[in-house]
Design a protein around this ligand. Structure first.
Ligand SMILES: [Fe+2]
Length: 178
């Protein structure tokens, strides 16, 4: 069966949420590469998004601001997480970046990010085979257990907000967990 890669989410009141998310970012204008922020105060700043989570039974356990420098390319990796799905929301500079997915057929080794010391699985494959890609112009859910890599080919930092939930929101793609 084909692996789930990503799915764009059509959220109501998107323009209101955009304003709330921007206000949250303005408090952390140049966050670390993966900058974890406290859940409750962050959701207080984003009441419209919090309401949408509540209406859909989504309980947030992690929120992070992700910052990628102009020209930065992530090595192909698999996230080190209890969650299989992330929900990512674009903040700025995202339209000149691309997230690519690769067939899961290589080897994975735990490594740590240089400054932030966060674990991830380095994915090694002599012949990586791309299976999909998207540009983060809308909120998306994505499968962070598939090898993936983001490239920021723009001239400005790429900033997005990333959520993990206590239960993966497979229902948002209209099917149960495979
Ligand atoms: Fe990742």
């Amino acid at each position: 069966m084909e692996e789930f890669l990503y799915h764009r989410i059509d959220i109501p009141k998107r323009s209101e949420i955009d304003v709330e998310v921007q206000a949250l970012y303005n408090e952390n204008p140049m966050p670390a590469a993966f900058h974890v922020i406290k859940v409750a105060p962050a959701l207080d700043k984003m009441p419209t998004l919090r309401d949408w989570f509540a209406e859909n039974g989504l309980s947030v356990h992690t929120i992070a601001l992700i910052n990628m420098k102009p020209g930065q390319v992530q090595s192909i990796h698999v996230d080190y997480s209890d969650s299989d799905i992330a929900f990512n929301y674009p903040i700025k500079g995202c339209d000149t970046s691309v997230t690519r997915f690769y067939k899961n057929k290589g080897t994975k080794t735990v490594k740590y990010t240089p400054n932030t010391n966060l674990p991830f699985y380095e994915y090694v494959d002599e012949n990586p085979e791309q299976v999909g890609e998207y540009v983060l112009t809308d909120p998306v859910i994505l499968n962070i257990k598939m090898p993936h890599s983001v490239k920021n080919y723009g001239l400005v930092n790429r900033i997005c907000l990333s959520f993990r939930f206590k239960n993966d929101p497979w229902f948002l793609i209209g099917k149960g967990k495979p």
